[in-house]
Ligand binder design. Structure first.
Ligand SMILES: CC(C)(COP(=O)(O)OP(=O)(O)OC[C@H]1O[C@@H](n2cnc3c(N)ncnc32)[C@H](O)[C@@H]1OP(=O)(O)O)[C@@H](O)C(=O)NCCC(=O)NCCS
Length: 207
């Protein structure tokens, strides 16, 4: 429920109803010129009847011709391809209990003073304005940064979502910086905490 509340605080939710009962739902968030859909789900007894298709068509209508992005599970791929979505990259989700790990050097927790600089880096890496999402993550988590000559050149966040603590997004100039940011975050997990992260070739996404 908290996850839905977090996502809904950033956008709008839509439901499919049958006899007054919710049998499907999805969320839609605006990131400037880009709309993102998430958490599409149809009651397992009601699948295969076009409800997922209807919800997605509603999302596309509401997005008003803007670019629309989403992170798909394998279950959603057929539906999204049929609607014209095209794959841009593969994201690998990892979750589990992290073993004790040594914190990497050169990474530090940061304060809200750095928020604008972090948003700038995120925008240049993702091409979208995610300030509202970044602000929401700050409410439930904390941000770590990597600096070069005093300037922030990479960042990552550790926040509560789903079944435990989540690490991401991870944005650095190269794989080594991304790895160091992740190892710093993992070294600060609560003991025996369940953690997850989703990694793509370009970095790490929330999903
Ligand atoms: C993905 C999901 C939302 C689809 O909902 P749905 O109401 O069953 O979808 P629809 O009935 O509108 O079907 C749309 C198309 O996808 C196909 N499809 C639906 N589920 C599929 C599956 N698991 N595997 C392959 N194709 C599937 C349908 O056959 C249909 O294709 P067609 O028009 O060519 O026959 C539903 O399976 C679900 O809730 N899955 C679990 C949550 C999830 O993974 N959500 C996606 C998050 S990205």
């Amino acid at each position: 429920m908290d996850d839905w509340a977090t996502i809904l605080s950033l956008g709008s939710g839509y439901v499919a109803l049958m006899d007054g009962q919710v049998v499907g739902a999805m969320c839609m968030t605006s990131f400037g010129e880009v709309a993102a859909t998430s958490l599409l789900i149809v009651d397992d007894k009601m699948r295969g009847r076009g409800l997922g298709d209807n919800l997605m068509n509603l999302a596309l209508e509401v997005s008003g011709g803007r670019e629309c992005r989403l992170i798909s599970t394998t279950a959603g791929l057929h539906l999204y391809r049929k609607l014209g979505f095209r794959e841009i990259e593969t994201i690998h989700a990892h979750q589990g209990t992290v073993s004790p790990i040594q914190a990497a050097d050169g990474i530090e927790w940061t304060t809200r003073d750095d928020f604008n600089q972090i948003c700038d880096i995120d925008r240049s890496a993702t091409g979208i304005e995610r300030r509202t999402l970044m602000s929401a993550l700050w409410e439930t988590g904390r941000y770590a940064v990597i600096r070069d000559s005093g300037q922030i050149v990479g960042y990552s966040a550790l926040f509560w979502y789903g079944r435990g603590e989540n690490a991401g997004p991870v944005i650095g100039r190269n794989t080594d910086e991304a790895r160091r940011l992740l190892s710093f975050l993992f070294s600060h997990l609560l003991a025996h905490s369940f953690a997850s992260t989703s990694v793509s070739r370009r970095g790490s996404q929330i999903g």
